[in-house]
Write a protein that binds this ligand. Sequence first.
Ligand SMILES: *Cc1c(COP(=O)(O)O)cnc(C)c1O
Length: 361
Amino acid sequence: MFKKELEVTLHKASADQVKPKPDQNSLGFGQFFTDHMFTMRWNRNNGWHDAAIEPYHSFAMDPAAMVFHYGQAIFEGMKAYRGKDDQIFLFRPADNFTRMNQSAVRMCMPRFPQERVLQALRAMVYLDQEWVPRAPGSTLYIRPTMIAVEPALGLRPAEEYLFFIISCPVGAYYAEGFAPTRIYVEDKYVRAVPGGVGNAKTAGNYAASVKAQVEAHDKGYTQVLWLDAVERRYVEEVGTSNIFFLINNELITPPLEGSILPGITRDSVLQLARDWGYQVSERRITIDEVVAAGKDGSLKESFGTGTAAVISPVGELCYREQHVKINGGATGALAKRLFEELQAIQFGYLDDAHKWRVRVG
Ligand SMILES: *Cc1c(COP(=O)(O)O)cnc(C)c1O
């Protein structure tokens, strides 16, 4: 499948290409980029080639590059953590690359050699290690991306692709405390349909979701909770996170049936909750069941899961004028325990029972 073993060349940034480090206390999200990036190219004749770790740079691209017109673009989101004894870790990175290859297949883009690219990523993070921030809870966010760059306007899979990885130091998500969010249950716009691309991390899904996000913001909500596109009844995801409900002692999350992104944090939460003896269900759940459980008091907690925030507690849901407060609007005990456990594993302070950590360097 891969024409020959991919060789990765290394061009270190010269002294005048090295950038000043941003203020560690105002990193925000995705605003400052490190000194290096990884790139490689694909075409039909040569497969993946020209792989290199290089100084961070911009690209020159033909205006006819197919990504600009038909949107063949996929990406991933992962992090490097500076933790115990100043060691740097990645969290389940092979799962990100496996998922990216699944996205590639769905979008008729070429698969890439995961192990070689993971090796290159580790080398890149090692080279940029001074960019992995030290402030508590802050991390290096990593963005692998693949786009179609062949200049052509016929609609078909492109025959040339560019793969790159950039990274940026990001601040602790909960700089002002682990605060629950207010969520708007979206019953006008939808995110993904059965048979569509909801389970691929492809750029168009996010472009399509911005309108609902903007309208929810204008109404005073942090995020939208998506319902299924056919009946507008079944809960799907919240913003760009997977969603969980704790009803009595049952921890519920919607099943992976094609319209939901298979989150790695979701999978980690399912595993930990099983380890801890919760009754865990991947099953369909209607918004009516959630609202009813909110009213009769059996809905104990709700939270979103994703790489950026890890665990994002939901304090209130608004569905068609009905307001459901969850756990009195405060962070629940399970959300807190999961957040602390996952962070402790990611930063290297806890035993890694499931072999999720990968050390850099
Ligand atoms: C990336 C993403 C998630 C979370 O996935 P993680 O692997 O946990 O970061 C959930 N939903 C959507 C739509 C996403 O894009």
